[in-house]
Design a protein around this ligand. Structure first.
Ligand code: GTP
Length: 209
């Protein structure tokens, strides 16, 4: 990191997906709050913060925005979280429709966000396989096609929760740092061009004499 570059201190991740897939439960699991079966639907948007260590040993704050799955709250939530770095798309492995709707969510993201990092979370994986309505192979194929990392999670057992968020935090952090480097390089190039400019004019003057 150069002297002028401001250190990245937080990575913002929004959780999206159909209602009842377990977005709030995943946030609670991430914060290590005890799992409660049941619970109420999110109205609007909630925020959860937790400090985590990245692979490069840097400590950052991971800010989770838990959005409401219900459509009527969606546009207000999107306005609040327009600047997120990443989105975790959640579906319920026992609800085919919530998986099929991931495509709809992807379209909404394309329309409302500026190319965030994406991760796919197949939640409620603690439930017995007989009740799953999608196979792991099908999900993995879909995730590969859409260029998203996929994690099977359970808010109940905490399976895949730390792994999933650690992955997206590292990827998003690298992307933020890379875009800062690009801006710095562009600024440097501009400075060089400005310095070159007067010389050119001088030369022209001499030529004209
Ligand atoms: P909205 O706020 O309506 O968008 O729902 P949500 O996606 O936040 O779902 P929520 O976290 O409220 O969970 C819905 C239901 O699924 C609740 O009864 C949870 O207890 C249950 N649930 C969530 N995650 C899991 C899980 O990993 N395993 C099991 N077995 N149940 C889960």
């Amino acid at each position: 990191m150069s002297e002028n570059q401001i250190e990245t201190k937080a990575v913002k991740v929004a959780l999206m997906g159909d209602s009842e897939v377990g977005k709030t439960a995943i946030c609670h699991a991430f914060l290590e709050v005890d799992f409660i079966l049941g619970g109420t639907s999110t109205i609007g948007i909630d925020r959860y913060d937790k400090k985590i260590k990245l692979k490069n040993k840097k400590e950052i704050k991971l800010i989770l925005w838990d959005t409401a799955g219900q459509e009527r709250y969606r546009s207000a939530a999107f306005k609040t979280i327009r600047s997120v770095h990443a989105i975790a798309l959640v579906f319920d492995v026992t609800k085919r429709k919530s998986f099929d709707n991931v495509n709809i969510w992807l379209n909404e993201i394309k329309e409302n966000f500026d190319n965030p990092c994406l991760i796919l979370l197949g939640n409620k994986s603690d439930i017995e396989k007989e009740k799953w309505e999608i196979t792991t192979e099908e999900i993995e194929q879909f995730a590969k096609k859409k260029n998203m990392a996929y994690f099977e999670t359970s808010a109940k057992t905490r399976k895949g929760i730390d792994e999933g968020f650690s992955h997206i935090a590292n990827v998003a952090y690298e992307k933020i740092e890379a875009s800062k480097r690009n801006v710095e390089e562009e600024e440097e190039e501009k400075k060089i061009e400005i310095k070159k400019e007067p010389k050119k004019k001088k030369q022209k003057k001499r030529q004209s004499c």
